[in-house]
Write a protein that binds this ligand. Structure first.
Ligand code: DCT
Ligand code: MG
Length: 399
C-alpha cells in the first residue's frame, strides 16, 4: 500500500507522513489495510524532538547510567542509553507501561529492565546505586569544572582526592590555565545561562564583529538556537564573505573584548581546516575551524530582566562561557548544522548518512562515496535534501 516506503519494506523504520488516500484508487486486495502504526525511526534525524520532554523521569534515570558508562569509558552501553534517552524524548506521549514501549526502537534488554523498575516502583535500584557511588559522584564533581575531562578526573580520583579543596591544596597538582579559570569562576559557569543572557551576549559579539567587518555574519547556534530556555554556554558562528578573512576574525574580536575589559579567559585554536584533507573517514571529536573558548564578564545592565543569579548575589555581573567558531563562508551551512546540535541529533545525522546513503557528513562537508564527490550546500535545507531527509527545524532537533 502506498504509505509503505521502500525503506519500510526493508524493515527500516522511517518517519511516516500521513497521506490522504483516495479510496477509489486502492486495489481490491488491500481493502482492509493494517492500521498505519506511527513508526518511530531509529535515527534522531528522522524524528522531531522539541524541548518538551514527556518522559523526564525515565530519561533522567537513563542519563545517569549513560554518564556513568561514559566516565568509565564504556562507549557501547553509554551510546545504547543515549539512544534510548533520545527516542523517549521524541515521544509526544508519556510511557506508562512496558507494553506501550514495545515497538520503540533503541530500547534494549538493559534499558527495558530499568524502565520496568521505574514504572513499577518509581525508581531504579541500579540508578540509585550509581548515584550514591563515591567514584561516580567524585568524577561528576571534578568533570563539572571547565577544563577537567574524564581522564584528569580519574587521575585525581585515583590519587585519593575527593573534593575541590583537596585538589586545590594538593601541591603535586599543576592546574592548567583553563582549569584555573574553571575553579576561579566555578559558581558562575556551573550556573545555567538564561535566554536573556544569551541575547545580551549576542548583542555584545554582534557589535564587536561588525566594528571589525561590516559585512560579517553572526549566528547563534547550540542549544539556544534549538529554543532551549537555559544552556551551559552560548555558542556562536562568525564569518565573513571575504575568503580568508575569517581566519583573523576571532583574534580581532578577542582583542576588542579585552579592551572592553570583559574577556576573563580565552583559549584560541587556529584553523587547521584544509579542503584537500577531506573527506575524513575516521570520527573526530572536534572540527578543524578556528575557534575560541571564552569566559566573558556580563554586566547586569546589559541583560533585559537582569542576570540569572543566586538569591542575594549583588555583584551586578556574572561570568559566562561563550564559544565562537569561525568557518570559511563556503562551509557555513555545514558548520551551522553541526554546531546547532543536539549531540545525539548530529551523531544520528552522520550515522544515517553513512549507513543509509553511503555518504560522509561532518562539520566541514558532505561527501558521496558512490559518486566520489562533495555535495555543495549553502543552507541547512540543501544538506537535508542531499541526504533525502525531510527538513527538521532547529527547535525540533532536541534529540
Ligand atoms: N558540537 C560539535 N563538536 C563538538 C562539540 C559540540 O559539533 N566537539 C556541537 C554539538 C552541539 C553544539 O556543538 C554545541 O555544543 P554544546 O554547547 O556542548 O551543547 P548545547 O546543545 O549547546 O548544550 P548547552 O545548552 O548545555 O550548551
Ligand atoms: Mg551550548
Amino acid at each position: 500500500i502506498s504509505w509503505f516506503t521502500d525503506s519500510m519494506r526493508e524493515g527500516r523504520p522511517v518517519a511516516v507522513e500521513s497521506r490522504h488516500l483516495i479510496k477509489e484508487t486502492l486495489p481490491e486486495a488491500s481493502a482492509t489495510p493494517p492500521p498505519p502504526k506511527a513508526t518511530v525511526s531509529q535515527y534522531a534525524c528522522q524524528r522531531r524532538t522539541t524541548t518538551e520532554n514527556n518522559n523526564k523521569t525515565l530519561t533522567d534515570a537513563f542519563e545517569v547510567l549513560a554518564d556513568s558508562y561514559e566516565l568509565n569509558e564504556m562507549e557501547g552501553p553509554c551510546l545504547a542509553f543515549r539512544r534510548a534517552v533520545s527516542v523517549l524524548k521524541s515521544l509526544p506521549w508519556a510511557v506508562k507501561s512496558l507494553e506501550t514501549a514495545q515497538d520503540l526502537p533503541c530500547l534494549g534488554e538493559h534499558s527495558k529492565a530499568v524502565m520496568k523498575e521505574i514504572l513499577q516502583y518509581g525508581h531504579s535500584f541500579e540508578v540509585e546505586k550509581t548515584l550514591s557511588d563515591e567514584r561516580y559522584q567524585t568524577l561528576k564533581l571534578f568533570t563539572s569544572v571547565f577544563g577537567v575531562g574524564p581522564k584528569t578526573a580519574d587521575k585525581w580520583y585515583r590519587r585519593g582526592l575527593r573534593s575541590f579543596s583537596e585538589v586545590l591544596t594538593d601541591s603535586s597538582i599543576q592546574l592548567n590555565r583553563m582549569q584555573q579559570s574553571g575553579f576561579l569562576h566555578y559558581g558562575d559557569i556551573s550556573r545555567a545561562v538564561s535566554k536573556a543572557e544569551a541575547r545580551a551576549l549576542r548583542s555584545i559579539i554582534d557589535e564587536a564583529v561588525h566594528v571589525i567587518t561590516p559585512d560579517a555574519v553572526l549566528a547563534l547556534t547550540g542549544g539556544f538556537r534549538r529554543g532551549k530556555e537555559f544552556g551551559h554556554d552560548v555558542d556562536f558562528i562568525v564569518t565573513t564573505p571575504e575568503p580568508g578573512e575569517e581566519e583573523t576574525l576571532l583574534p580581532k574580536i578577542m582583542n576588542r573584548l579585552t579592551k572592553q575589559g570583559i574577556l576573563l579567559f580565552s583559549d584560541y585554536q587556529t584553523s587547521t581546516f584544509e579542503m584537500s584533507k577531506l573527506p575524513c573517514h575516521r570520527f573526530e571529536a572536534m572540527d578543524h575551524f578556528a575557534k575560541c573558548f571564552l569566559i566573558l564578564r556580563l554586566e547586569a545592565s546589559k541583560v533585559e530582566g537582569g542576570l540569572h543569579l543566586a538569591e542575594g548575589d549583588s555583584r551586578g555581573w556574572r561570568a559566562v562561557r561563550v564559544d565562537l567558531v569561525s568557518p570559511p563562508m563556503e562551509r557555513y551551512a555545514f558548520a551551522l548544522l553541526g554546531w546547532t546540535g543536539s549531540r545525539q541529533f548530529e551523531r544520528d545525522l552522520r550515522r544515517f548518512a553513512r549507513m543509509e546513503r553511503r555518504m560522509l557528513l561532518d562539520n566541514h562537508a558532505l561527501y558521496d562515496k558512490t559518486k566520489k564527490e562533495f555535495l555543495a550546500a549553502t543552507t541547512e535545507k540543501d544538506i537535508f535534501a542531499h541526504l533525502g531527509l525531510e527538513y527538521i527545524e532547529p527547535w525540533q532537533r532536541n534529540a
